[in-house]
Design a protein around this ligand. Structure first.
Ligand SMILES: Nc1ncnc2c1ncn2[C@@H]1O[C@H](COP(=O)(O)OP(=O)(O)OP(=O)(O)O)[C@@H](O)[C@H]1O
Ligand SMILES: [Mg+2]
Length: 330
């Protein structure tokens, strides 16, 4: 808990400014897809940056031995010191001690190739799936949102992510084969999650590198929407899931930003990719605040001028393209 909140809690709610009387509960989100190259890391970094820009304190945890999230944020995985590997393997290393500050409100727990050995080194450790959860709960850092960038596999690292997370976002591309794999992925996630985290729910699919003009893409989107409609009201982990809005358009700036060690908000703040992640962050915040009973909290939710521009431009573009009729929606 941050100091102002602690003081406010001690003094009672009356000491809180109106917008903080019902502070947001921390959101723990794993970005998972066992398929590689679908946009997990790009979305973790840029959604995280957009949430941080909107005023939430965000922690990103790199759970991938490729260390792409760390690299994307300009952290050299070879010289950054202790990483998530040490958090998982060394009982003496806490989460706080490996946190790097990437930009205002945006903290990162890096990873490097050492993490590849963690799967086998953890094999004999008791409660190995719950180590990250324990370390997170013991951490002093106060974050509003934690995003977990999982590797493209469902091993012990992903399991640690699923044990800590409350919700799962599945980044994917609107391709036929990806759709075929989705049902299996959701079942695996909920089966794996059930053992370690029965409350885990899938909040949605995030379409990445989306091409609105492609008729194939539009067909896949409408099948996805049908899939989630049919799942509504059931007792599956994905019964409340939907296609998240907006889909992230294919945008070369998003592919360029990592080579400068920058988020898209720093590298090209007005490009379509930046707009999509800002709008996505705003909609997630609205959804979360609604769930927390903070729907009228306009002070914290008022979009900045750049977000308003992004929303207006996105809407304008959607309504001026033929694909608008099948644009993704809840
Ligand atoms: N919307 C986009 N437009 C253009 N390029 C993108 C977009 N999203 C991601 N990319 C690029 O696609 C590639 C794969 O993205 P990313 O690394 O985020 O996927 P991933 O799912 O994390 O991959 P892995 O499974 O290997 O961890 C990267 O080169 C990234 O820069
Ligand atoms: Mg990745």
């Amino acid at each position: 808990m941050s100091e102002p909140r602690q003081e406010a809690a001690e003094a009672g709610d009356a000491a809180l400014p109106v917008g903080d009387r019902n502070p947001p509960r921390p959101r723990l989100v794993a970005l998972i897809n066992q398929k590689g190259g679908v946009g997990k890391t790009t979305s973790t970094v840029n959604l995280g940056a957009a949430l941080a820009d909107a005023g939430r304190r965000v922690l990103l945890i790199d759970l991938d031995p490729q260390g792409h999230l760390s690299l994307h944020l300009g952290i050299d995985p070879d010289t950054c010191g202790e990483t998530v590997y040490d958090v998982l393997l060394d009982p003496e290393v806490g989460l706080d001690s490996v946190v790097h500050k990437a930009r205002p409100n945006l903290d990162v727990v890096p990873a490097n190739v050492d993490l590849a050995a963690a799967e086998s080194e953890l094999a004999s450790v008791e409660d190995r799936h719950a180590i990250l959860t324990r370390k997170y709960r013991a951490a002093a850092g106060a974050w509003d949102v934690v995003l977990l960038d999982c590797p493209p596999s469902l091993g012990m690292l992903t399991l640690n992510g699923l044990a800590l997370a409350e919700e799962v976002i599945v980044p994917m591309q609107a391709h036929f084969l990806a759709l075929q794999g989705l049902g299996r992925l959701l079942e695996t996630v909920s089966l794996v999650g059930r053992g370690v985290n029965p409350d885990l729910r899938v909040s949605g699919v995030l379409l990445c590198m989306h091409e609105r003009q492609s008729s194939h893409g539009r067909e896949v989107v409408s099948e996805l929407k049908q899939f989630f409609r049919e799942a509504k009201g059931g007792d599956q982990a994905w019964s409340g899931a939907s296609v998240l809005l907006p889909a992230v358009r294919r945008n070369i700036k998003l592919a360029e930003a990592p080579s400068f060690g920058q988020t898209i908000l720093d590298y090209a703040p007005n490009c379509p990719g930046a707009m999509d992640y800002r709008t996505l962050a705003q909609r997630l915040l609205e959804r979360w605040d609604k769930e927390d009973g903070r729907a009228g909290d306009a002070g914290r939710l008022a979009p900045s001028a750049s977000v308003q521009t992004a929303v207006v431009e996105t809407v304008r573009e959607e309504s001026s393209t033929p694909s608008a009729t099948v644009s993704v929606e809840d």
